[in-house]
Design a protein around this ligand. Structure first.
Ligand SMILES: C[S@@+](CC[C@H](N)C(=O)[O-])C[C@H]1O[C@@H](n2cnc3c(N)ncnc32)[C@H](O)[C@@H]1O
Length: 247
């Protein structure tokens, strides 16, 4: 398997994570943000408007695969709707909350409630690998994170870099994996915190954005992309999402 990008401990694979994951070894942390089944237009490789049973049938085996290859937590962002569906099929061990007050997330169908938070479902090992002399776990991480949404960067829905940095900073991990890498925010966060990381992305144009972001780091352009990679409006294509059981 030839990586699309491989530099200073950060690797990107271009392809379907279902094909690539079986070839990777054990990692310490999986932090990822799969498609939310929210009708985003990522590209031809992703159907982001399935029935909820089809979505769970697609994602749950990938979660199981991730659990088998991770010695630490497997942290998976989801929509509120997706969380409700996934929990019925595959119960997480914990749920963290990303509180994002300035977000303009779509409403859940015709629901009164407009989510200003996003769940992060936690599978895998939540008990820590590092233990002090007392045998107790040596690190703890809060399960509520306050961060505004990300700036535009050419991807339809990037995660904010400060959010992913604070998660990675709190969880000791030498090697981090993001199988739904998008524009590579997890990898940029890992790199800035001197961790190794692997990203997988099915759309080549997002691999390219991630590779540019990772190279820009050397020149210290921060998290800004060149203007040609910016897009007009992150939420321009949002419509209320379907919700199962809605009257
Ligand atoms: C929600 S986005 C991730 C955004 C990312 N957190 C960021 O900060 O840019 C999900 C990504 O998963 C990719 N994707 C969808 N199906 C995939 C698959 N089977 N294997 C790998 N990547 C996939 C999509 O192209 C999309 O870029």
């Amino acid at each position: 398997m030839r990586p699309y990008y491989d530099h200073k401990g950060i690797k990107i694979y271009h392809g379907d994570c279902r094909d690539i994951l079986p070839h990777l070894g054990i990692v310490d942390l999986i932090l990822t943000d799969p498609p939310f089944n929210a009708n985003k237009k990522y590209g031809s490789g992703t159907n982001d408007l399935m029935s909820w049973p089809a979505y769970c049938e697609w994602l749950c085996p990938i979660i199981t695969q991730m659990e088998q290859m991770c010695s630490g937590p497997v942290m998976i962002f989801a929509s509120v709707n997706g969380m409700l569906e996934l929990c019925r099929i595959k119960r997480p061990k914990h749920i963290c909350v990303w509180d994002k007050p300035l977000s303009f997330a779509p409403r859940l169908g015709n629901s009164t409630f407009m989510p200003h938070w996003e769940p992060c479902l936690i599978y895998g090992n939540i008990y820590g690998n590092q233990r002090g002399e007392s045998g107790r776990q040596t690190y703890h991480i809060s399960d509520v994170w306050h961060n505004n949404p990300a700036e535009r960067n050419g991807h339809p829905c990037p995660k904010p870099l400060p959010l992913l940095k604070r998660i990675i900073r709190d969880i000791p991990a030498i090697l981090i994996l993001d199988p739904f890498m998008g524009s590579g925010t997890t990898l940029v966060a890992a790199k800035q915190l001197n961790s190794r990381a692997i990203g997988i992305e099915i759309e080549e144009r997002y691999c390219e954005i991630a590779a540019i972001r990772l190279s820009q780091e050397v020149l210290d352009f921060g998290d800004q992309l060149p203007p040609q990679l910016e897009q007009a409006d992150l939420y321009a294509d949002e419509e209320p999402l379907p919700i199962s059981g809605e009257p």
